[in-house]
Design a protein around this ligand. Structure first.
Ligand code: GAP
Length: 512
């Protein structure tokens, strides 16, 4: 089995060819930073969201979910700091008008880290190093700050007061609803509020396929704790021995390599400052690994001081080794009480909660905000699942059965025998009541197996001449090509066990 590294462009091509992801409105030339999900992509994306919601909302007693709207009162974004500060440095070409992100130009061309650089510094470096337009080689103009929020107008008359923004993150809708959710769900600290939904950012240079888009989705949790009990994490034991690759701010400063250590060591050595932060980092890492991603492709990296957002006391990114380097997959920030305080001040609403113990009002702290882009998770699962199998001479997309867009393929061995085809249809009609299935009778059976492998179909059921005589069918495993023969009446139960992780050999005798 060989696993050559795919480039991001090759992954985009594969996703398009197989019906996972299409460039948006391609028949009109497309539009940069926008993508559509095809018949398989939508299933994979929904499965990712379903698994996340199940793990972090439904299976927890301390987290509830909401689903807020995309457009909010613009004051939300004034209070959060986005109106004044959610900017990147834009620089355009004086000749061809191409636009670039100043910091990215410096990082890409000069390999200099630009974390926290001011507009003036970026401008100085661009001039000193005489960086030119990447498209036509001409001189670049004066860099300026560019706000990434998309604007729209609410109502029939367009005035300055009708301007609203498409949300650039889902987080603020959680803060704006904090009091209602806390009261109505009768939440007691510590607790979390989660949300999955669209976010929009007018990125200056969207790139790397789904990695940097202008319209994407986020899965976010704001986890609130008592301000005086910030280090009391009663779930910590669950993750103390969990091991991951770690790169702290200190290690980056002294040019050290990442180290594989446990959460316990991270806390004992004070690499991670609070237990809750350590807990959530381990949980999010584990979520990916339990869904089939390779732990070796992940690390947690702490933001260096200059890199921290205005609201963050401490931030760790869960990073993945993409073909274009280690990059942020998920951000986990300690946002303190910054957001609730900002919204209290701007809305003149009391968002504090009553502490029964001290009989005092308190403003909870967000000790950790795990913030995950769904499309980046989508990429990670696709990269880790993609395998080229030399002996089969086709791609095998080894997605975890919980994520596989289609669980079962049903194939009549031959397409020109009505009895066999009809029997296969009966089997298919039965199975599709339970799982997403596909029925395929075109081409040779070998070709159909290859097609199934390439789109990650976890099991294929074949109906042949023997099936007509003894009511039995074969089940083939995507990952091993092993097959067992089972009675049709047991098929549902056996497939259910197989999808839940049982080995095929345990469910029946392997046949040639
Ligand atoms: N509420 C905090 C927040 O939004 P962020 O680091 O700006 O923090 C969180 O974004 C996550 O959202 C990122 O780790 C990434 O997974 C995803 N994300 C951000 N910008 C994105 C973009 N332009 N395209 C795709 N995903 C993006």
């Amino acid at each position: 089995m060989e696993k050559p590294k795919l480039t991001i462009e090759e992954m985009a091509t594969f996703c398009k060819r197989k019906g996972f992801v299409y460039p948006n409105s391609e028949i009109y030339g497309g539009i940069a930073g926008f993508y559509d999900f095809g018949h398989l992509g939508v299933e994979l994306k929904n499965n990712i969201k379903k698994e996340w919601w199940k793990t972090f909302v439904q299976q927890r007693d301390d987290v509830v979910g909401i689903d807020g709207s995309i457009v909010a009162n613009p004051m939300v974004w004034k209070a959060s700091g986005h109106v004044d500060g959610f900017t990147d440095v834009l620089v355009d070409c004086r000749k061809c008008g191409s636009r670039f992100r100043g910091d990215q130009l410096i990082e890409d061309k000069l390999k200099i880290k630009t974390h926290g650089m001011s507009l003036e510094e970026i401008s100085r470096i661009l001039k000193e190093k005489k960086l030119k337009c990447l498209k036509c080689g001409s001189e670049l103009g004066e860099p300026k700050r560019f706000n990434l929020m998309f604007t729209t107008n609410v109502g029939p008359v367009q005035t300055s007061s009708s301007i609203a923004y498409l949300r650039p993150e889902t987080a603020q809708i959680i803060f704006a609803n904090f009091k209602l959710v806390q009261e109505n769900a009768r939440l007691k600290l510590p607790f979390g509020i989660a949300q999955i939904g669209k976010a929009f950012r007018n990125e200056i240079s969207p790139r790397d396929f789904l990695f940097r888009m202008r319209e994407f989705e986020q899965m976010e949790i704001e986890y609130f704790v008592h301000p005086e009990k910030q280090d009391e994490c009663h779930f910590l034991d669950e993750v103390l021995d969990y091991e991951l690759n770690v790169l702290s701010a200190e290690m980056q400063k002294s040019n050290k390599k990442m180290e594989k250590i446990t959460i316990k060591q991270c806390l004992n050595k004070k690499i991670i400052k609070t237990r809750w932060h350590a807990y959530w980092l381990a949980l999010m890492h584990r979520w990916f690994v339990e869904l089939g991603a390779s732990p070796e492709h992940f690390r947690i990296r702490q933001h260096v001081k200059d890199e921290l957002s205005h609201y963050a006391l401490d931030t760790w990114d869960l990073e993945y080794e993409f073909p274009f380097g280690w990059k942020e997959l998920q951000g986990l920030s300690n946002r303190t009480d910054f957001d609730l305080k900002q919204h209290m001040e701007h809305s003149k609403t009391d968002l504090s909660i009553f502490d029964e113990e001290t009989k005092k009002k308190i403003i909870p702290h967000v000790i950790c905000e795990p913030s995950q882009g769904i499309e980046r998770a989508f990429l990670v699962f696709m990269f880790d699942a993609y395998n080229y199998d030399k002996s089969r001479d086709n791609v095998v997309l080894k997605l975890h059965p919980k994520l596989a867009p289609i669980k079962v393929g049903v194939f009549p061995l031959v397409s020109n025998k009505a009895d066999v085809v009809n029997k296969a249809r009966v089997v298919y009609d039965e199975l599709k009541k339970e799982w997403p299935c596909t029925f395929d009778l075109s081409g040779s059976i070998g070709r159909r197996y290859s097609r199934a492998d390439e789109t990650g179909i976890y099991a294929t059921v074949t109906i042949d001449f023997e099936s007509l005589e003894d009511e039995s069918v074969t089940i083939r495993a995507r990952d091993t090509t092993e097959q067992i023969r089972v009675k049709t009446k047991d098929l549902r139960e056996i497939i259910s066990k197989f999808l839940n992780g049982e080995k095929l050999g345990k469910l029946g005798k392997i046949v040639e």
